[in-house]
Design a protein around this ligand. Structure first.
Ligand SMILES: Cc1ncc(COP(=O)(O)OP(=O)(O)O)c(N)n1
Ligand SMILES: Cc1nc(C(=O)O)sc1CCOP(=O)(O)O
Ligand SMILES: [Mg+2]
Length: 436
């Protein structure tokens, strides 16, 4: 039996009616391209068997497979197409002996050694992860990443990348050697499951070309008269900074801001898509830095729109302007913000984006109130920033504003939550509107 390209793992806390969700998600997929993994660790045998049978029917009607996680007995009793073993499950060789040669056997692997063991045990494939950061696996430390995936794939067992997989990064997993991709949120947290799964398959098979952004010029070395807006490396609020809190090495600072690995957790394209940034809009990027969001916003609003990029640090503004010129982003107006001034756009905006910047505002509610006053009717203020506590990226714990503290500041500024989006692994993301 061939290993499918797309693996959809269940979590009935996200969607209680899993068979209905599976029917929607699998509709329209070419037969043999997907497998649903029934992974409900807290269900007892009888309930699990009922659910397995219902899911098996949904999968088979669509020409797809059902695999059961961990429970060999349930997999056999339900007539599932295979078994997927967790790291703490049966030894793969024992499971293979009991299953026989026909059903698919997968194993959860997190290292090359795990993959070698699964291969020796007669597995047909392994999930390998977490490929990217994902909230439920933060306790295991940083994700294994694509380089580890590349090395493990060289062992020859088909690998299915898992953890933080979405339509935008599935192609990168394939490029690193994955034979498939697996996900929970990408199919259970999506508003349109059929479209989401089709996009996952499309992203895996035909990845969109990476955005072509001009690289920052690493030769620049400039004095830093003022604290820059942002830092994103692991706890680097103090590391590599001078006595005034400025980055000692501007080139390294800019390179870190624009490091491609930031995309794995910042998900900039997903953020802009979720916010519905559209051609012709007037938007403001508060604390634009070297242009990580600015250039993407410029593409999203197109030649008929305008991006106001607000930056407090002259040296970084100069780099931003160079990059805008190199990208031909003539729809961006880059503004220097005076040290004591608020970063206000010169005209009302459809969207004001405050990305990883709020924790730098000396008076958060005052800044939010002033920014909100620059919204067009129906406009939205969007804030995303790092969750409190220890994280592998972002400022250290002392420099963060928790989700709850941010909400209190927003309420004080007269803003109410329009939507909260929770697909970023390390950050909260709020879409806000003036209250009332
Ligand atoms: C290093 C490491 N160990 C264990 C896990 C999770 O175990 P797994 O078998 O993948 O089980 P579930 O993901 O189904 O909970 C991990 N991710 N990393
Ligand atoms: C269940 C699971 N196992 C992983 C592993 O690395 O073994 S990552 C993971 C969670 C995947 O969730 P999402 O697709 O929402 O990121
Ligand atoms: Mg796992």
């Amino acid at each position: 039996m061939a290993v499918p390209a797309v693996h959809l793992i269940t979590d009935r806390r996200l969607v209680p009616d899993l068979p209905a969700r599976a029917r929607q998600a699998l509709s329209g997929l070419p037969p043999g391209t997907a497998a649903v993994h029934l992974r409900e660790k807290d269900l007892g045998g009888a309930a699990l068997l009922r659910l397995a049978r219902a899911l098996r029917d949904a999968c088979h009607e669509a020409g797809q497979l059902l695999l059961v996680n961990d429970r060999l007995d349930v997999a056999l009793a339900a007539g599932a197409d295979g078994l997927h073993l967790p790291a703490s499950g049966l030894p793969p060789a024992e499971a293979r002996r009991a299953l026989g040669p026909g059903p698919l056997l997968g194993v959860s692997c997190h290292s090359e050694a795990d993959v070698a063991r699964a291969l020796r045990g007669g597995a047909d494939f392994a999930t390998f992860g977490p490929a990217f950061a994902t909230p439920s696996k933060l306790r295991y430390g940083p994700p294994v990443g694509l380089e580890a995936l590349r090395r493990a794939a060289a062992l020859g067992l088909p690998l299915v990348a898992l953890g933080g997989i979405d339509a935008a990064n599935a192609g990168a997993a394939r490029a690193a050697g994955a034979g498939g991709v697996a996900a929970i949120r990408a199919w259970l947290a999506a508003p349109d499951p059929a479209a989401a799964v089709a996009a996952l398959l499309e992203g895996f098979e035909n990845p969109a070309p990476a955005p072509r952004l001009p690289p920052p010029d690493p030769s620049r070395r400039t004095a830093m008269p003022h604290d820059p807006q942002r830092e994103h490396g692991p706890h680097d609020h103090h590391h590599g900074r001078d006595a005034h809190g400025n980055p000692a090495d501007l080139a390294a600072y800019v390179a870190k801001q624009e490091d491609p690995s930031r995309d794995e957790w910042q998900k900039p394209d997903q953020v802009l898509a979720a916010l519905g940034v559209a051609p012709g809009q007037v938007v403001c990027d508060v604390g634009a830095g070297p242009g990580y969001f600015t250039l993407r916003l410029a593409r999203a609003v197109g030649p008929g729109g305008v991006v106001h990029a607000m930056e407090i640090e002259p040296a970084i503004l100069a780099i931003l302007r160079e990059r805008l010129a190199a990208a031909g982003a003539s729809n961006v107006r880059a503004h220097l913000v005076a040290p004591e001034a608020l970063p206000l756009p010169p005209e009302p905006c459809d969207l004001v984006l405050v990305a990883d910047v709020f924790h730098h505002f000396p008076d958060g509610p005052a800044a939010l109130r002033a920014l909100a006053a620059r919204l067009r009717p129906g406009g939205r203020l969007v804030n995303l920033d790092f969750h409190a506590g220890e994280l592998p990226v972002g400022p250290g714990p002392d420099h963060k504003v928790s989700r709850e503290a941010f909400l209190a500041a927003a309420a004080e500024a007269g803003l109410e939550v329009d939507r909260e989006l929770s697909f970023l692994p390390y950050q909260y993301l709020f879409v806000l509107r003036p209250a009332g």
